[in-house]
Write a protein that binds this ligand. Structure first.
Ligand SMILES: NC(=O)c1ccc[n+]([C@@H]2O[C@H](COP(=O)([O-])OP(=O)(O)OC[C@H]3O[C@@H](n4cnc5c(N)ncnc54)[C@H](O)[C@@H]3O)[C@@H](O)[C@H]2O)c1
Length: 283
């Protein structure tokens, strides 16, 4: 039994396909959550990963553990994003994948009392950060002349109202438009631009969001997982995981998705596709 398990382990290692072999990837917001899970999966599949984040306590250790590197990068600052792209070019001579994943959730509340400074703050990360990422990645990819894959993390909130704050919703929707228009411009260079729209992935961001909404500081990952798996997907007992989103990202990053651009890959357990309250009619 043990021998066959060991055999199958070595077989899987031996026959493992490295879907991103020799590709160079930057992941913004890669120090934790969805970005960190993606960094690990990309590295496991042969990519050289640069983690670009503001979490200097988490990023360097994660980067070291996957044989990648870390750069302090606040995506609201264009020069920081440009430096991250330049790091890829100076260290590895190319950039193949840009995962614009850094994001913040912003404050909830009525539109009638919306704080414009708070709206500008969320736009600085979720919109300007994405523009910086697409702009500098595209420049580098055009220069290298080998095409590339740019992926942006949008949200189910871009598809259905009522899932997040007004500020967050507008930024994630805007991203879809930008991805489509840049896909249109950059296709001629072999550069694909796509979005992923996750829903209900228990992460620091989602848990702190639930704590605020439910006014309960004790809510943890397990509680959020339970809420989503009971009422936040068409797959009972299942919430989204960071690995689910990482799998979507590796697909879009890899040559498997070579004919896919201008697309929004929704990873939401079907939540935004159907009204499930009446699902008993099918029983
Ligand atoms: N968790 C979900 O259910 C969910 C659903 C839809 C969309 N998303 C999106 O997924 C992405 C990742 O979020 P997550 O759930 O892993 O949460 P998270 O809070 O764990 O991760 C966000 C990451 O972005 C980084 N970041 C924030 N501001 C930054 C800045 N100015 N510059 C650089 N990095 C910055 C953070 O340090 C962190 O590492 C976000 O864009 C989020 O909006 C998440």
């Amino acid at each position: 039994m043990i021998n066959s398990l060991v055999d199958s382990y070595f077989c899987s290692l031996f026959f493992r396909t490295f879907r991103l072999k020799s590709k160079v990837a930057i992941i913004t917001g890669g120090a934790r959550g969805i970005g960190a899970a993606t960094a690990k999966l990309f590295a496991l599949n042969g990519a050289e990963v640069i983690i670009a984040d503001i979490l200097d306590d988490l990023g360097p250790a994660l980067a070291a553990s996957i044989g990648g590197c870390y750069i302090h990068c606040d995506v609201t600052k264009e020069s920081d994003v440009e430096s991250a792209v330049n790091l890829a070019l100076t260290r590895k001579g190319r950039l193949d994948i840009m995962f614009n994943n850094a994001g913040v959730s912003g404050a909830n509340g009525s539109i009638t009392t919306a704080d414009m400074d708070a709206i500008k703050d969320i736009m600085a990360v979720n919109i300007c950060g994405i523009i910086h990422g697409i702009k500098h990645a595209a420049k580098a990819m055009i220069k290298c002349g080998k095409g590339g894959s740019i992926i942006c993390t949008s949200s189910s909130a871009a598809i259905m109202g009522g899932l997040a704050s007004h500020g967050y919703t507008l930024t994630k929707e805007a991203m879809l438009g930008l991805a489509r228009s840049t896909a249109c411009e950059l296709g001629v260079h072999g550069i694909r631009v796509n979005c992923i729209s996750p829903h209900g992935v228990p992460s620091e961001m989602l848990v702190s969001g639930y704590r605020k909404i439910l006014r309960n500081a004790k809510i943890g990952l397990k509680d959020v997982d339970k809420i989503i798996s009971e009422s936040g997907s068409l797959l009972p007992g299942r919430s989204g995981t960071m690995e689910d989103i990482a799998q979507a990202a590796i697909f879009l990053a890899s040559d498997d998705a070579g004919y896919i651009t201008g697309h929004n890959l929704v990873v939401d357990g079907g939540f935004t596709s159907a009204y499930s309250t009446l699902s008993f009619i099918y029983q």
